[in-house]
Structure formats: structure tokens, C-alpha cells
Design a protein around this ligand. Structure first.
Ligand SMILES: CCCCCCCCCCCCCCCC(=O)SCCNC(=O)CCNC(=O)[C@H](O)C(C)(C)COP(=O)(O)OP(=O)(O)OC[C@H]1O[C@@H](n2cnc3c(N)ncnc32)[C@H](O)[C@@H]1OP(=O)(O)O
Ligand SMILES: CCCCCCCC/C=C\CCCCCCCC(=O)OC[C@@H](O)COP(=O)(O)O
Length: 198
């Protein structure tokens, strides 16, 4: 189908008008744009982080680089963070941090308080999230296949050994998935086995 000359300009103008209209009039569209930017920006930051992290190879120390690169996000989103009780994190020794999981924005809270040499356990699917997956891998994020309990358990048993031998801490979302409705899902047991084994 042939469009008349200038049709693309008109279409582009309409689109440019539509975007601010949606932003101001449709809260769900505004939410969608914000989340799309959040993910896109993280993918972009990960592209920058990859060569820096690659110098050390897969190493939990790289998590510091990701953390520093993500800390500014709260300002972009006007989020005020209040942190209390960080003195409860022991200065040195292995431990398991457990936290609730409502949304991918939890990443911001996690980065705010993430102790040194601490890596999260993440679903295996995140490994395939483009540049973000590779950045996570380089930072030592532990990936588990939630559908294969046996495999996940053996990964976590190896993690327990690493905790002991390499002075590493682990961050687990014991609900095992995001839960938006304000309540807590029943906890999966892996985090607690991990803590006992370590
Ligand atoms: C600048 C650029 C930035 C780029 C970007 C950066 C981002 C950098 C941060 C990324 C941040 C990502 C954050 C992602 C966040 C998630 O991806 S959350 C999803 C992944 N996390 C989890 O799933 C939590 C951990 N899950 C578990 O621990 C689960 O227990 C398991 C191991 C997966 C098994 O789950 P399940 O089979 O559904 O259920 P469950 O009832 O818990 O266990 C079954 C049986 O196995 C036993 N079992 C479980 N675990 C164990 C164990 N370890 N040892 C022995 N027995 C066990 C249980 O006791 C149970 O047996 P019984 O007691 O019934 O006899
Ligand atoms: C070329 C491939 C492009 C793939 C694009 C993927 C888009 C993703 C972009 C950026 C990734 C941002 C990293 C956010 C880290 C937060 C991870 C997260 O919160 O995962 C959810 C997981 O805890 C539970 O998952 P489910 O609630 O069970 O589901």
C-alpha cells in the first residue's frame, strides 16, 4: 500500500502527541513507560558494566561495580530511601540475607544495602536477559532452575561450600517469585537449608 507524501510526518506527529497525552492522562501508560525505561536503562548500564567487569572475569567483587552503577536510579525515580539497622550485618563471616520480593524495583533497595561480597540467587531465566544477564553472571550471581528442584538444591549445596571457603554472603528472596499483593508468599526452604549448611 502506497501512503501519500508527508503521511509518515503526520503519523510521527500524531505519535509524538499521543505519548504525552498517554503520560498525563493514563496512569497505567505512565507506569508502563517508567518500567520500560527502567529495564532499558539497566540494559544500557549493563553494556557499560560488562567490559569493566570482564577485566576480573566472573568475580563477586564485580557486584560492587553493578551496585555503584545502579545507585543513582532512585534519584531518577524520586524514591527516598531510609536505611535502618545495617549494623546487624556482621562485618566479616558468611551469612544469608533474606528479603521479600514485590517487584523488579526491589533491585534498588537491594543495591542500597548490599553488603560486600554478597551475591543474590536469581532465577535462571535472568541469565538470558541480554546484557543484564551477562553482567549478573560476571558479578557472580547464582542462577537456579526453579523447575528442577534437584538441580537447584545441588547448586545451593555448592553455594554453601563457597560461603564457607570464599567468605561470600548470599542474598535470597525466599518467596522465590515476585508477589505484588502486599502479603508474603510461603517461604521456599532453600535459604534456610543454606544457612544451616553454612
Ligand atoms: C549495571 C548493570 C546491572 C545489571 C543488572 C544487575 C542486577 C543484579 C542483581 C540481580 C538480582 C536478581 C534478583 C532475582 C530474584 C529472583 O530471581 S527470585 C527467584 C529465585 N530465587 C529463589 O527461587 C529463592 C530460592 N529458592 C529456593 O530456595 C527453593 O527452595 C528451591 C531450591 C528453588 C526449591 O524450590 P521448590 O522445589 O519449589 O520448593 P521447596 O519446598 O522449597 O523445596 C522442596 C524440597 O527440597 C528441600 N530443599 C530445598 N532447598 C534445599 C537445599 N538447599 N538443601 C537441601 N534440601 C533442600 C526442601 O526442604 C523441600 O523438602 P521437604 O522439606 O519438603 O522434604
Ligand atoms: C536481548 C534480550 C533482551 C531481554 C530483555 C529483558 C529485559 C530485562 C531487562 C533488564 C533486566 C533488569 C534486571 C532486573 C533484575 C530484577 C530481577 C527480578 O526481579 O526478577 C524477577 C525474579 O526475581 C522473580 O521472577 P518472577 O516473579 O517469578 O517472574
Amino acid at each position: 500500500m502506497e501512503l501519500w507524501p508527508g503521511a509518515w510526518t503526520v503519523l510521527l506527529l500524531l505519535l509524538l502527541l499521543l505519548l504525552p497525552t498517554l503520560w498525563f492522562c493514563a496512569p497505567s501508560a505512565k507506569y508502563f513507560f517508567k518500567m520500560a525505561f527502567y529495564n532499558g536503562w539497566i540494559l544500557f548500564l549493563a553494556v557499560l558494566a560488562i567490559p569493566v567487569c570482564a577485566v576480573r572475569g566472573r568475580n563477586v567483587e564485580n557486584m560492587k561495580i553493578l551496585r555503584l552503577m545502579l545507585l543513582h536510579l532512585k534519584y531518577l525515580y524520586g524514591i527516598r530511601v531510609e536505611v535502618r539497622g545495617t549494623h546487624h550485618f556482621p562485618a566479616s563471616q558468611p551469612y544469608v540475607v533474606v528479603s521479600n520480593h514485590q517487584s523488579s524495583l526491589d533491585l534498588l533497595g537491594m543495591m542500597e544495602v548490599l553488603p560486600g561480597r554478597c551475591v543474590p540467587i536469581a532465577k535462571r531465566e535472568l541469565l538470558w536477559a541480554g546484557s543484564a544477564g551477562l553482567a549478573c553472571w560476571l558479578a557472580g550471581v547464582i542462577f537456579i532452575d526453579r523447575k528442577r528442584t534437584g538441580d537447584a538444591i545441588s547448586v545451593m549445596s555448592e553455594v554453601a561450600q563457597t560461603l564457607l571457603t570464599q567468605d561470600v554472603r548470599v542474598w535470597v528472596f525466599p518467596e522465590g517469585t515476585r508477589n505484588h499483593n502486599g502479603s508474603m508468599l510461603p517461604f521456599k526452604r532453600g535459604a534456610f537449608h543454606l544457612a544451616v549448611q553454612a
